[in-house]
Design a protein around this ligand. Structure first.
Ligand code: AMP
Ligand code: GLY
Length: 437
């Protein structure tokens, strides 16, 4: 069998980790990434196409005889990338536009959950401002307000009182600040959150190890919500203080009562899901419930889960894309923990273009990987000599991950590597894993 050329769509840490896994495959000859970033350029050939230039991406795949395209971002899937590729006979890993609605419409996701008995927060959906306001006035606080459509992680607001809720409802339903769409009003749940990703092909479901993200910007879970400031995998059954955390029984429950039934429900609806289904789950006092589904790999969870994959990821992607037999999927028992280094001011406002140094030194530990989330090269000239400098190019810039025999060992190695990275404009959360370490 000739080796495959693979195209990865996207340009962040998640795509870098997917490319890192693909580069360990014996079946892959060459990896392209559109658009990629400065770090990805070390492991793949970057293609200057955006993640929603669907026609151009399909043209590229045809012209370059790409054997498989792997889609990172939800925007590409919601824009119908898979449908276009499949219509041209191109192999792709990622769900159709219709199946991607499990993420791109919160109301759709909630209706699937209620129809198929999947545990989640109680809710009601509104398109009328006055009706939503009347419902919220009668309810309790905090209340969870979710814009129905994709909102780049900003579409969930949790007001503490009626005044703030009415302002948010105005933003969402009168001023269309997130776009023109409905609002899901949801009951507020409490408990630890964790991420359950599964490879899904119709009703066939293969779990990945659990991971936990850290969404708030600052230590102690303070500050604004971000895209995620760090993650680790696996999840131990007990917290640092000895309380029960996420157990093997919880994982089995989530697989049997959440991930498998939602996959089967999508098949029953005539919109089978093929790709990576992400369950954002919460262990509430009333059991495990769904906070959200995503139609793609989580970021930054992927950066700590895929380094634990001992099987060939190309074979896994192929089995899902082709609907063929899945090989045994093996995972390392090692722990992986990672810190996101973000631009100062993220997620509110930040500057770009700051030089980053020290990566080689940080990478001198073979257990350390650095996934680039937002970097680029800048041409420098000094004393008549031109050179290229690595610079910051986004809110989240780097994810520094390390593996160890246990989470504490992985954390210490990752922190050591973070300390070697020099840049005048980065910050990170130092307490990743605080629930359990
Ligand atoms: P999302 O953008 O859907 O990931 O939601 C952002 C965050 O809002 C989640 O990670 C939760 O921390 C929080 N959240 C969403 N829904 C609820 C809920 N029903 N109860 C409590 N917190 C929630
Ligand atoms: N880590 C959350 C997400 O990928 O949406």
């Amino acid at each position: 069998m000739s080796k495959a050329k693979v195209l990865v769509i996207g340009g962040g840490g998640r795509e870098h980790a997917i490319i890192d896994a693909l580069s360990r495959s014996s079946k892959v000859s060459k990896i392209y990434c559109a658009p990629g970033n400065a770090g990805i350029a070390g492991q793949a050939k970057c293609v200057p196409l955006d993640d929603v230039q669907i026609e151009e991406l399909a043209d590229f795949a045809e012209k370059n005889k790409i054997a498989l395209t792997v889609v990172g971002p939800e925007v590409s899937l919601a824009a119908g990338l898979t449908d276009e590729f499949v219509s041209r006979g191109l192999r792709v890993f990622g769900p159709s536009r219709a199946a991607a609605r499990i993420e791109s419409s919160k109301d759709f996701a909630k209706s699937i959950m209620s129809k198929y008995g999947i545990p989640t927060a109680g809710y009601k959906t509104f398109s009328d401002y006055d009706e939503a306001l009347a419902y919220v006035r009668e309810g309790s606080f905090p209340v969870v307000l979710k814009y129905d459509g994709l909102a780049a992680g900003k579409g969930v607001v949790i007001p503490e009182n009626f005044e703030d809720a009415s302002k948010t409802l105005g933003d969402m339903l009168l001023d269309d600040k997130f776009g023109h769409g409905k609002v899901v009003v949801e009951d507020y749940l409490t408990g630890p959150e964790f991420s359950f990703m599964c490879f899904v092909d119709g009703s066939r479901v293969w779990p990945l190890p659990l991971a936990q993200d850290h969404k708030r910007a600052f230590d102690g879970d303070e500050g604004p919500n971000t895209g995620g400031m760090g993650a680790y995998s696996p999840l131990p059954p007990f917290t640092a203080s000895g309380d029960e955390f996420v157990t093997a029984a919880d994982e089995a429950y989530a697989l049997e009562h959440i991930m498998k039934p939602v996959a089967a429900g999508m098949v029953a609806e005539g919109i089978p899901f093929k790709g990576l289904l992400y369950g954002g789950l919460m262990k509430t006092p009333d059991g495990i419930k769904v906070i959200e589904f995503n139609c793609r790999f989580g970021d930054p969870e992927t950066e700590v889960v895929l380094p634990r994959l001992d099987s060939d990821i190309y074979d896994i992607f192929s089995a899902v894309a082709d609907g063929t037999e899945m090989p045994e999927i093996e995972w390392s028992s090692d722990a992986v923990l990672g810190f996101v280094m973000a631009s100062k001011g993220y997620p509110v406002s930040y500057k770009k273009g700051f030089e980053i140094k020290g990566l080689d030194s940080a990478l001198s530990d073979p257990d350390v990987r650095i996934y680039h989330m937002g970097t680029s090269f800048k041409s420098l000239r000094s004393d008549g000599i031109s050179s290229e400098a690595l610079v910051t190019a986004g809110g989240r810039v780097l994810m520094v991950v390390a593996r160890g025999k246990d989470l504490a060992g992985a954390r210490d190695k990752a922190l050591g590597a973070v300390g070697k990275i020099e840049c005048g404009n980065l910050f990170f959360r130092s307490d990743i894993g605080h629930w359990v370490l």
